[in-house]
Write a protein that binds this ligand. Structure first.
Ligand code: UT7
Length: 311
């Protein structure tokens, strides 16, 4: 059984919800503008990476039936660690009672897919169990006076347990990419707030998603017709729609939660994945395409076969 499989999953969202109407009372915007231009209606705010990761991580372990002392590695994909030092993963490791290595992984909104690929390499290299969490608290780094960014972001966490108990590979193909020449399109200096050049990010995001998805599918030896579910980064419904159109994928095949979560960076793909899993949209043997992009600019895609449990 040398291959990694996802055996448990869970999410966490902070209690506080900010609606488009709330934002319209804070900056010069409207529900109509935000909904039309982004597809977002509400988002959760005021979370912390360590709290959300702890809640999601604990629930994912419980679902998998894995006890803390059985976890060999904690990977926490985040770009908004609660502190610069130490890594939030160390705090989460202690909160969960894990006795293993722990590290943060920062690939911005592509972080969960980077983490998934990394986790699978560890598992296929011999580790028994990896806890992978994607978690971001963007609300802390949002400029609440900047209407071009504050309407987009939210907080959340999603966790998966990956165990070495599959007789067939789950990760069939993947692509990880970074284009640092576009670093100044989306950034946040120390002790400051997020700055974004939205239109340019939009344009690059569509192309990056198409390229990453196409490369991952080629490497997996699959075509778009084989994909049962696409789990895109939840940044903007127009970005998702444009990328899906270029790839020839109908929107019905996409997992979407951004209407109620906004853009939660590294949490966005696991939030959408868990939503689809919990809704019964994934059957054993299905092929999933996970595809993200983000600051860096990074991009990442993975083709995952949803392997059933083995006895
Ligand atoms: O995880 C990756 C992170 N980021 C992204 O994926 C974001 C990528 N970019 C986008 O999603 C879009 O570019 C935005 C949603 C940020 C903006 O949408 P857009 O259709 O590109 O709008 P725009 O920047 O072209 O702005 C159009 C107008 C401008 O007014 P004028 O110059 O035409 O008078 C903006 O000032 O809309 C104005 N505007 C707003 N109006 C009401 C910008 N933000 C708002 C707002 N409410 N919140």
């Amino acid at each position: 059984m040398p291959y990694g499989r996802i055996t448990g999953w869970a999410v966490d969202l902070p209690e506080k919800v900010l609606t488009n109407a709330d934002l319209a009372s804070m900056v010069d915007t409207s529900d109509e503008w935000i909904t039309e231009r982004s597809g977002i209606s509400s988002r959760h705010v005021d979370g912390t990476v360590t709290e959300m990761s702890t809640v999601a991580g604990r629930a994912a372990l419980a679902m998998a039936g894995v006890s803390p002392n059985q976890v060999d590695l904690l990977l926490l994909a985040t770009t908004t660690s609660d502190q610069m030092i130490p890594a939030s993963s160390s705090v989460v490791q202690d909160n969960l009672g894990l006795s293993c290595g722990a590290m943060d992984l920062n690939a911005a909104c592509s972080g969960f897919v980077y983490g998934l690929v990394t986790a699978m390499q560890f598992v296929e290299g011999g580790m028994e169990r990896v806890l992978l969490i994607g978690s971001d608290a963007l609300s802390r780094f949002t400029n609440w006076e900047d209407r071009t960014t504050c309407v987009l972001f939210g907080d959340g966490a999603g966790a998966v347990v990956i165990e070495r108990n599959g007789s067939q590979p789950s990760l069939l193909g993947w692509d990880l990419m970074s284009d640092g020449s576009a670093a100044d399109l989306l950034y946040c200096e120390h002790d400051d707030k997020i700055v974004m050049h939205g239109q340019e990010v939009f344009r690059k995001a569509v192309l990056a998603m198409e390229k990453a998805a196409t490369t991952a599918m080629e490497r997996a030896g699959t075509s778009i017709d084989d994909i049962a579910l696409v789990v895109p980064h939840q940044a903007n419904i127009r970005i998702i729609d444009t990328a899906l159109k270029r790839l020839g994928i109908p929107r019905e095949k996409a997992a979407l939660v951004l209407q109620r979560t906004g853009n939660t960076s590294a949490a966005s793909i696991p939030l959408a994945l868990v939503d689809a899993l919990d809704a019964g949209r994934v059957a054993p043997g299905d092929l999933l395409l996970l595809v993200g992009f983000g600051a860096g600019m990074t991009s990442a895609a993975a083709v995952l076969r949803w392997n059933p449990p083995e006895n």
